[in-house]
Design a protein around this ligand. Structure first.
Ligand code: PRP
Length: 218
């Protein structure tokens, strides 16, 4: 019997949106909702054989895939740009869309400062963005509620994802500059592409078709 195709999915919003695409691709994620404390979910996917789904923190999916603990996973390109894992990212799933931005208080232009203090969960992305503008940003790495930092004088600006813009609005902050568009990507372990070729390709092709059908829908 072939080894199960192990899929790493991020918990939260992306998991809800991914459910529809994976169902269309023949992998029904409904059992995940029924048993939230279970860490490994064995599933049967018709035509793909046995599947195991691991529900992970968003920032842990790429390491699981890079090191081969999962053959495939779903990760935002915000996290991929930050972590730079050695994985393939062959498909844009078109879900979890948002934007990586420089944001802050309307009166404070971080690009006018010699060494702006930037609060972020995305230190590498932020450093590179300011560096490309000729600025040596001082990065303050935080793990949540980034918007608080400029409000209390901890930072001159932030680099963070903006989805609806509501968090910024409610805190009197504005986008200074968009950096790149973000969406969830299917990522694949390099070796799994050879070792589990039929299952990986099968899932990839089905998800491609599901994404195309979703984009064509009115
Ligand atoms: C993200 C991000 C912003 C918010 C943006 O945080 O860090 O705070 O979403 O969304 P909006 O533009 O629709 O308001 P998340 O909810 O992932 O929580 P976190 O701060 O714990 O990372």
């Amino acid at each position: 019997m072939s080894a199960p195709l192990r899929i790493g999915l991020p918990k939260g919003r992306i998991l809800d949106d991914a459910g529809e695409l994976f169902r269309a691709a023949g992998v029904d994620l409904a059992p995940l909702r029924a048993d939230k404390r279970r860490l490994i979910h064995p599933l049967e996917a018709e035509g793909l054989g046995p599947v195991e789904v691991l529900v992970l923190r968003a920032s842990d999916v790429a390491p699981y895939v890079e090191h081969g603990a999962c053959a495939v996973g779903v990760v935002g390109n915000d996290t991929l740009e930050e972590q730079q894992p050695d994985v393939l990212w062959p498909l844009d799933l078109g879900i979890g869309r948002c934007r990586m931005c420089v944001a802050g208080l309307p009166g404070v232009d971080p690009f006018s400062l010699e060494q702006p203090r930037i609060a972020t969960k995305y230190g590498r992305v932020a450093k590179a963005h300011f560096s490309a503008r000729g600025l040596d940003a001082h990065i303050i790495e935080l793990s949540g509620a980034i918007e608080l930092a400029p409000l209390v004088g901890l930072a001159d600006a932030i680099v963070d994802i903006v989805e609806t813009g509501e968090t910024l609005r409610q805190n009197g902050l504005v986008v200074h500059e968009p950096i790149f568009d973000v969406s969830a990507r299917l990522v694949v372990n390099r070796a799994a592409l050879r070792l589990q070729m039929a299952a990986v390709r099968g899932l990839l092709e089905r998800l491609e078709a599901a994404v195309a059908a979703r984009e064509e829908a009115p």
